[in-house]
Design a protein around this ligand. Structure first.
Ligand SMILES: [Zn+2]
Length: 245
């Protein structure tokens, strides 16, 4: 899409003018160019979030300025590290154990590894304890790096989620990992809904809740039945959910 950059600039200009936020419909109305499907416009806004702070709250997008720490592909700098640790409040974001009560040490880590194409962005970073980090690395070893690079680059979120379940067929995939994959190149507001929608496409999975020693509940998902995805998953989901045959 050659005009993507131009559209990005236009979106920023429009959002800047409305500090009280704009819904996706309002944004569309105020844009000078006609840009086709709504899903596309949502995606364009989400892409901007790598460079601009554009939170989505109560159905509206708000422009909060250019990021002071651009989401580039550099290593995690001290400012970004401090921001991630600050958000963790001394608690491992995977197991829930704390620095104060459990004596853990927190490490700032990429959710989707950088070498799979995960960005060095606050959305793709978290603070986890050393034990969780080594467990995570072991879990990631079960994936093939080349396959994961391809997976992370898939544009459609349903296709990405389905592919993770398929690649890990036979063993359970923890919810945190599905969440990462949903968000990796596409900030998803509701990844669990995207996952449920796979059922409308004929993909079946089971899930299991396990209580971790810290008391935190972890859900894992397992593929039960595979079906190849249609070319346009969103259109098919809409068709199935509206009950049209
Ligand atoms: Zn932990």
């Amino acid at each position: 899409m050659a005009d993507k950059k131009k559209l990005h600039d236009q979106i920023v200009e429009v959002l800047k003018k409305y500090p009280n936020g704009l819904s996706i419909h309002e944004l569309r109305e105020k844009l000078p160019s006609d840009i086709g499907a709504q899903a596309e416009l949502n995606k364009r806004v989400r892409e901007l979030r790598y460079k601009h702070a554009i939170p989505y709250e109560n159905g509206k997008y708000y422009y909060r300025g250019k990021r002071s720490v651009p989401l580039d592909n550099q290593g995690i700098n001290s400012k970004l590290r401090a921001a991630v640790l600050n958000m963790a409040h001394g608690r491992c974001q995977m197991c829930g154990r704390t620095v104060a009560e459990d004596g853990i040490k927190l490490e700032v880590d990429h959710k989707v590894p950088h070498n799979w194409g995960g960005p060095t962005a606050i959305e793709n970073l978290w603070a986890i304890c050393s034990l969780c980090n080594s467990g995570k690395r072991d879990f990631f070893k079960s994936f093939d790096d080349e396959e994961m690079k391809k997976l992370v680059a898939i544009e459609n979120v349903h296709a990405r989620l389905a592919e993770v379940l398929r690649l890990h067929q036979g063993s359970p995939v923890p919810s945190w990992f599905l969440e990462f994959v949903a968000n990796v190149n596409d900030f998803q507001e509701d990844w669990q809904r995207r996952l449920r929608e796979l059922r409308s496409l004929g993909i079946e999975y089971s899930f299991k809740k396990t209580k971790l020693p810290s008391g935190k509940v972890q859900t894992t998902y397992k593929l039960e039945k595979w079906k190849d995805l249609p070319a346009n998953p969103r259109a098919e989901i809409k068709r199935v959910e509206s009950g049209v045959d």
